[in-house]
Design a protein around this ligand. Structure first.
Ligand SMILES: CC(C)(COP(=O)(O)OP(=O)(O)OC[C@H]1O[C@@H](n2cnc3c(N)ncnc32)[C@H](O)[C@@H]1OP(=O)(O)O)[C@@H](O)C(=O)NCCC(=O)NCCS
Length: 168
């Protein structure tokens, strides 16, 4: 049975790397987020475990929007990866929903993601352009940058560029 739990840093890192290498065979994983996670500040990192084998991983990193009323803090879904032989069995959904539930309890105003436009809407993500939010990277296609508003009051009237903190 698949269990979702928080990453235990040293012990889980080799398994996380392996999952990312296999899920993203062309690039070997989202390297930039390996770097940001080393700072450790405010990340939420969850693993999916099947019988002690690590089969999936999700990482959320701090994100921010500089708006007229000041900076609004949220999170960015930085990487989501499931071993190929465990894909399409609900593991990615479990990881994402567990992470979002944790963030809902942490005064997180929004979550952004750059990813498959056919996957993330099921969690409530909408294209950033519909929310007047823009991606920090101009090369990202409009439909691939999405946001989920968790705190409507904090996000009222907030528009602009949403950034992963510390990632240029
Ligand atoms: C994308 C990914 C994380 C989804 O995890 P998963 O455990 O396979 O997904 P789930 O079983 O929870 O959900 C299955 C649904 O996801 C959809 N899905 C799976 N991979 C997808 C992809 N690459 N693009 C769009 N949808 C995808 C399936 O079609 C299925 O849809 P349905 O419920 O309408 O039938 C996983 O397939 C993966 O690691 N892929 C390779 C790496 C990657 O692309 N990561 C995401 C970067 S944005």
């Amino acid at each position: 049975m698949i269990e979702i739990r928080q990453e235990q840093n040293e012990q889980d890192l080799p398994g996380i790397r392996q999952v990312n290498r296999e899920a993203f065979p062309d690039t070997g994983g989202a390297k930039v987020f390996y770097e940001i996670r080393q700072t450790g500040a405010g990340v939420v990192s969850l693993v999916a475990v099947d019988d002690d084998n690590l089969v999936g991983h999700v990482l959320f990193c701090p994100a921010a929007i500089a708006s007229q009323g000041g900076e609004v803090r949220g999170m960015g879904l930085g990487e989501l990866a499931v071993l190929p032989e465990f894909q399409r069995q609900g593991v990615g959904t479990m990881l994402t929903n567990t992470g979002l539930d944790m963030l809902r309890g942490r005064s997180c105003s929004f979550v952004i993601v750059v990813g498959h436009s056919s996957y993330y809407p099921r969690f409530g993500f909408r294209p950033g352009s519909q929310l007047e939010l823009a991606c920090q990277w101009e090369s990202i296609p409009d439909e691939s940058f999405m946001a989920l508003i968790l705190d409507r009051d904090a996000m009222g009237g907030v528009t602009g560029v949403a950034r992963f903190v510390g990632i240029p």
